[in-house]
Design a protein. Structure first.
Length: 335
């Protein structure tokens, strides 16, 4: 069996031929691999003569409270929280408002899944989604390799050629399916950043990778702790009683809020920013406390004990919120 000389030289599979011809692909790989060593002195250092010209003190969002312009993001959530649904709704809005061009790499859903979600959001055949470049189950090489980075750059170059001068947004859904290495290994995270994340950042692209939470969501993303080291913002997505909220785990910029809260409306499905919401399960626990005739003056400890004695287990933050919610509901005269 003959061996493709490009495959033999790279030691890695070639990408789908739709991305670029063999010569261009080989050139892109050489470009990525040489980037660190061959940076020109003129571009390797900060140009102090222009460095102070731009005001960096103000918040700069491509999607306020979610995606900062030109920054890297990690967004993680527990199983079936709705991170992919949330992100699809946000980027469809970005594309529809012509704020940027989105390249969405979806390694999990099928066309039927995508159709159902977009239909639920009110999109159809007459909707202009030309700025949402959606790749279903893409055949890119792993993004923790030079071949994967080169193939992605070729794909982005093609999109940029269609939309010259437009800001690009890249979504990777999800991390574990986009890399070849063990996601529990810090080496995999570092390789992803070296080959793919760093290049996207150098180009000024806004990008985010979606990920799963560990067994204990409060302890962060599944796998290596290095997943939070190579991005500018780490968001934990959690459910509320009426929608979702992003909770800031870490951020390099001081203007990133501690949380961004969204109410989920239906018909069509939308995530609408709101000032605040109660943690998921608050109303249920408040009703249980009413049923158990727990006095409104009791704090979270006696309320928690009453729930445990009755055989109910709930997170402490939900019990705390339920205590506050009952008092607010009583003061408003609402049952």
């Amino acid at each position: 069996m003959s061996v493709d000389p490009l495959d033999d030289a790279l030691g890695e599979p070639r990408p789908n031929s739709d991305f670029c011809d063999p010569d261009a692909f080989a050139s892109l790989i050489a470009q990525v691999e040489a980037m660190e060593a061959t940076a020109r002195p003129a571009s390797a250092f900060v140009d102090w003569s222009t460095f102070w010209d731009r005001d960096r003190s103000d918040a700069d969002w491509i999607d306020e409270g979610v995606l900062a312009r030109g920054r890297s993001h990690a967004i993680y959530a527990g199983h079936k929280t709705g991170k992919s649904l949330f992100m699809l709704e946000r980027v469809a809005k970005i594309a529809g408002s012509r704020k940027g061009v989105v390249v969405y790499l979806d390694f999990e859903m099928t066309g039927e899944d995508l159709f159902e979600r977009l239909d639920e959001m009110g999109y159809g055949a007459d909707s202009d989604l030309t700025r949402l470049r959606y790749a279903l189950l893409p055949t890119l090489p792993p993004l923790d390799t030079s071949a994967g980075a080169a193939a992605l750059l070729a794909l982005l170059d093609g999109v940029q050629a269609d939309f010259p001068g437009e800001h690009l947004v890249v979504i990777i859904d999800t991390t574990g399916r986009a890399v070849a290495g063990d996601e529990n290994s810090a080496d995999t995270v570092r390789a992803f950043y070296r080959w793919t994340g760093l290049v996207l950042k150098q180009r000024g692209i806004t990008w985010a990778r979606l990920d799963h939470a560990g067994k204990d969501a409060a302890r962060g993303q599944r796998g290596s702790s290095a997943k939070g080291d190579d991005v500018d913002i780490v968001w934990r997505l959690a459910r509320t009683d009426t929608g979702l909220e992003l909770q800031r785990d870490a951020a390099r910029m001081t203007w990133v809020p501690e949380r961004s809260v969204f109410h989920m409306s239906t018909d069509p499905l939308r995530f609408v920013p709101v000032a605040m919401d109660w943690p998921h399960g608050t109303r249920e626990v408040a009703d249980l406390l009413d049923t158990l005739t727990v006095d409104l003056t009791h704090g979270e400890r006696p309320a928690g004990k009453a729930l445990r004695d009755a055989g109910h287990k709930h997170a402490q933050n939900v019990i705390r919120a339920a205590v506050k919610y009952r008092r607010q509901r009583a003061s408003d005269g609402v049952r």
